[in-house]
Design a protein. Structure first.
Length: 323
């Protein structure tokens, strides 16, 4: 499927979204424990200074590149993203976490990811420190087109008790989801919920439920036994983690892929359940009686990516594949 879209025209300003390195965070927060571990080259932090140096070098080059082409830039930390992006191009400098956070604010502007350090996986990153200049030159000249990636819309219906009666409060989570949604319980407790996939319903107890896009199908979904999908597909995949199967019961909804035009819903049976959208920082309570409905988002992400990137990940059924 070819879903390439028109290149951005008249790029006058670029938003550069920058990751926070572990060393940088430790300095900013005066984290004495982390700074001591890094200073002593403890095995747990041995790569942190290398990460910081490589990232700083990459960011310096990116800034110099745009300055040499007389293109204005606004540089922000991944934690300080504006609510509305007015620039014509977004450049993520970091790893996949930086890209996912930056992408959540992109509606009209396309995005490109630059892997700033060899220590990052950089699944969404099309380029690195050494290769970004030539590729962005092609983007600015209109010779390279962004691809369109499906995202998820998350609608949460929460239970509210008023005067001893059950009421419902419904809202659509503003940020679209590019990777995945995790339904889980607080701490280590069993996740209990009712899963409905295209009209088929099942009560389940498990350690959690992953629901994701083709873009997210090579991440936690795959590690939990899901199947990598083509990144430009229009599908929703779900995988149940460590499903409890009682004697005599044959579960039907332990993993699957549905057409993106359909929707999937989950009702919580957990007093302290949680929803996580694209990682640990977008957390929502998901308590008994609450219902989340997941469907295809109307705004797809325009991204400069390798359309064949997901084909590099072998499919394995519920076990970690040896490399």
């Amino acid at each position: 499927m070819n879903t390439a879209h028109a290149a951005p025209r008249d790029v006058r300003e670029v938003l550069i979204v920058v990751k926070e390195t572990k060393y940088g965070r430790a300095v900013d927060s005066s984290d004495k424990r982390m700074l001591a571990l890094i200073g002593d080259e403890d095995p747990s932090t041995r790569d942190d200074m290398r990460e910081h140096r490589e990232h700083t070098k990459c960011l310096r080059r990116v800034k110099r590149y745009f300055a040499s082409r007389a293109i204005a830039t606004t540089v922000v930390s991944v934690r300080d993203l504006p609510k509305r992006i007015t620039q014509q191009l977004v450049v993520s400098v970091g790893g996949d976490g930086t890209f996912l956070t930056a992408a959540s604010r992109c509606i009209d502007a396309p995005i490109i990811g630059i892997r700033s350090t060899g220590l990052s996986l950089g699944h969404f990153a099309l380029v690195n420190t050494e290769t970004f200049a030539g590729v962005i030159d092609e983007i600015l000249a209109g010779k390279r087109l962004p691809h369109s990636l499906m995202r998820l819309s998350v609608k949460l219906r929460s239970v509210v008790i008023e005067g001893g009666h059950v009421r419902h409060r419904e809202r659509v989570i503003r940020r679209p989801v590019l990777n995945d949604v995790l339904v889980t319980n607080n701490k280590c407790a069993t996740a209990r919920y009712i899963l409905n996939v295209d009209g088929t319903e099942e009560r389940q107890d498990s350690s959690g439920l992953w629901i994701g896009t083709p873009s997210g199908s090579t991440a936690a979904l795959r590690s939990s036994g899901g199947k990598p999908l083509k990144i430009e597909a229009r599908s929703i995949e779900y995988v149940v983690r460590e499903l409890q199967v009682r004697p005599g019961v044959s579960p039907k909804l332990f993993r699957g892929v549905i057409d993106g035009a359909k929707e999937l819903s989950v009702v919580s049976r957990m007093p302290k359940g949680k929803l996580y959208l694209d990682g640990e920082f977008n957390e929502f309570p998901f308590r008994t009686g609450d219902c989340v409905t997941i469907s295809r988002h109307r705004h797809e992400l325009r991204a400069f990516i390798d359309p064949e990137v997901n084909s590099r990940y072998p499919y394995f059924f519920g076990i970690y594949a040896p490399w």
